[in-house]
Design a protein. Structure first.
Length: 64
């Protein structure tokens, strides 16, 4: 895994945390929840190729 993906995830986490706090203090808890949920979905889509590679490696290792 490259350092670039880790930096992207960290930067997105900081932005999402800031947006979450701003929205919560503005009384928009529902929107804060959806912003956090959207951030999680984006990170999971970034990590999906790495998960596929991991499962392919595990299948090759165990011969399944």
């Amino acid at each position: 895994m490259s350092v670039e993906i880790i930096m992207k995830i960290a930067a997105l986490g900081i932005v999402i945390a800031l947006l979450n706090q701003v929205l919560k203090h503005a009384g928009r808890e529902d929107q804060a929840f959806f912003v956090t949920l959207a951030g999680i979905v984006v990170v999971l889509t970034w990590l999906l190729p790495y998960f596929v590679d991991l499962f392919a490696t595990m299948q090759k290792l165990f011969g399944v």
